[in-house]
Design a protein around this ligand. Structure first.
Ligand SMILES: [Zn+2]
Ligand SMILES: [Zn+2]
Length: 87
């Protein structure tokens, strides 16, 4: 584990939330699965560009558009959450 340098303080919580959205939110579910958790960093980076289509493709796992409807919905939510959290 290398020390983190010059990262915004709340990125960890935000990244966890983004991973959870990508994984699929259910009542009572507070943690994403390991695979979605690992995607979190990448999703956070893409979300920071505001490109919901790219986020959707990353969630869907293909890496390119078009993503399925489910993943598009999740992507829009992720971009929204990112914009709220990163003000
Ligand atoms: Zn998952
Ligand atoms: Zn999909």
């Amino acid at each position: 584990m290398s020390p983190t340098v010059a990262v915004a303080p709340d990125t960890t919580a935000l990244q966890l939330l983004i991973s959870l959205i990508a994984c699929g939110q259910r009542p009572g579910k507070t943690q994403p699965c390991d695979s979605c958790r690992r995607k979190g960093t990448g999703l956070l980076n893409i979300a920071s560009t505001g490109a919901a289509d790219a986020v959707a493709a990353a969630i869907c796992g293909t890496g390119k558009a078009p993503a399925c409807r489910d993943c598009k919905v999740k992507a829009l939510e992720i971009v929204r959450v990112y914009n709220e959290g990163a003000e």
